[in-house]
Design a protein. Structure first.
Length: 496
């Protein structure tokens, strides 16, 4: 709450890296990646009668409101709108900020929380208020609060907002009137944006990271902690690179030899000291804690979390020696502690950077990078060619990790838009009931039927038996039992 006591206006960024924005219709609320638009700014009003709650006013002068109207009939979650209540004491426009690590939760008067929904339409980019009963949707109610300035010529900006409802005045005009200050998270300010370091990961399937102490980032054998070691030839020093597709920023994930992700946790490394633990984890849902932004600095790279912290290789005496944390290096003496050399140990035939529409460096700079010891492969050419032949084909998960389930959400009539990309989950069970419960958690839908499509006639048939053995990858469709398509499903025991 102390953050909102000082902030005149805020932007709220969801777990999907999208901002809470006020719709142009001056009623709806949704998510957008455009955080520079004025509609992403919310004025903070303190409530005199209750020092623990705030009101948030949109650029249209309307309040963020937790309504009683259901978002979809039969589903959990109710609409969040912009309204102007008749009574300023209306509790539906009051929100209680609750701290959760680096982020906050906004609790409504009824005990529900402001939630940023994902998945396929109509859930995609929607905002509701609900209680996160499922563990997999817990981070949907977490927001990063960013303080922004209110321009001194606010009255002129308001006038242009009114004009924009009748013309095509763009957000660029508003940015000229008064740009917000650089993003500042609740705990740590974001440092100035530097040159992207994604070119150091060009064509990389696996890398080693060497610290300023000539030690390598290692996944510990306990499959939980991360440390440093001079032995860079062991398998623990190898990190598989995953490029986060569809992201507007340059983001990667790093997976250890144990199949777990390099994670910036909220756990303090030592009580009373700066720096939080870096671990290997396998979260139920991949969130921002396993995402890193490479930032180039000379021939080195800095790996930044989405909250402005950097992966840091610590030195000194135990317990600092060989430890790895994430922190902001305030002291000049520790600036080099966040610099890493990237050694590519396995390459891809085709770089996934092309899918992210990243600029390809010119021939001179590219040649210099290939000649640099930090970017060339440490394997022999013949061995690299042999491995890269199947590097673009994702290997099936290990038996301990479960199988991959790809799914689409069908509409009221059982149809699926082929243009929509399939979603996927990792599932360890073998029962249809278990899979149904898991998909209900992932989609936020209730009372669903998991179906497969018959290869003979293309019709949908509910899954009723055990799933195929041996962790076979499956493609299924999710249909609501209340839909019209479900009425035509064959009864149990009916042959295909």
């Amino acid at each position: 709450m102390e953050f909102f006591n000082k902030a005149k206006a805020v932007k709220l960024r969801s777990h999907l890296d999208k901002y809470l924005v006020a719709g142009e219709d001056q009623q709806t609320v949704r998510q957008s990646r455009n955080g520079e638009a004025r509609k992403a700014r919310w004025l903070v009003e303190l409530v005199e009668s209750n020092a623990h709650v705030v009101r948030l006013k949109s650029c249209h002068g309307r309040y963020l409101t937790a309504t009683n109207a259901p978002f979809l009939l039969g589903m959990t979650g109710k609409r969040v709108l912009q309204t102007v209540p008749d009574d300023e004491r209306d509790l539906s426009i009051e929100w209680q900020p609750i701290r959760d690590g680096f982020q906050i939760k906004l609790r409504a008067f009824a005990g529900t929380y402001l939630r940023a929904n994902g998945a396929t339409p109509p859930w995609r980019n929607s905002v509701t208020h609900d209680s996160p009963y499922a563990t997999s949707t817990h981070n949907w109610v977490l927001w990063e609060a960013v303080a922004v300035d209110v321009p001194e010529n606010e009255s002129l900006t308001d006038y242009l907002t009114m004009v924009s409802s009748f013309s095509s005045v763009s957000d660029d005009i508003f940015s000229e009137l008064g740009s917000p200050v650089p993003f500042q998270s609740i705990n740590s300010p974001r440092l100035p944006r530097n040159k992207s370091g994604m070119d150091l990961f060009l064509n990389a399937k696996a890398v080693r990271l060497r610290s300023h102490q000539d030690k390598y980032l290692l996944a510990d054998e306990d499959e939980g902690s991360v440390t440093q070691s001079r032995n860079g030839s062991c398998k623990n020093a190898r990190w598989t690179v995953e490029f986060v597709g569809g992201s507007e920023d340059n983001i990667i994930r790093l997976k250890s030899c144990y199949g777990k992700y390099l994670t910036a946790s909220n756990q303090a490394f030592l009580l009373g000291m700066t720096g939080n633990k870096v671990l290997q984890t396998m979260p139920m849902r991949l969130d921002s804690s396993v995402e890193w932004e490479p930032i180039r600095e000379g021939n080195h790279v800095k790996l930044k979390t989405l909250y402005g912290h950097f992966l840091r290789a610590n030195g000194g005496l135990p317990p600092w020696r060989n430890s790895v944390t994430h922190d902001i290096p305030h002291r000049t003496a520790t600036q080099s502690w966040i610099l890493w050399d990237v050694h590519v140990v396995e390459i891809l035939v085709e770089s996934p950077l092309a899918k992210l529409a990243l600029p390809i460096p010119n021939s001179d700079s590219f040649a210099s990078e290939l000649s640099s010891p930090s970017t060339h492969s440490t394997k022999s050419p013949s061995f690299s060619r042999q491995e890269s032949s199947d590097s673009l084909v994702s290997s099936p998960p290990r038996s301990g990790d479960g199988r991959i389930i790809y799914y689409h959400i069908a509409d009221e009539f059982g149809y699926v838009d082929d243009a929509m990309e399939e979603l996927c989950i990792t599932f360890k069970g073998s029962g249809v009931d278990e899979l149904t419960s898991r998909l209900e958690e992932e989609t936020g839908l209730d009372d669903i039927i998991v179906c497969s499509r018959s290869p003979l006639n293309g019709k949908l048939y509910p899954l009723r038996l055990q799933l195929p053995p041996n962790n076979v990858t499956m493609h299924v469709l999710v249909v609501q039992s209340s839909s019209k398509a479900a009425k035509y499903f064959p009864k149990a025991g009916t042959p295909l």
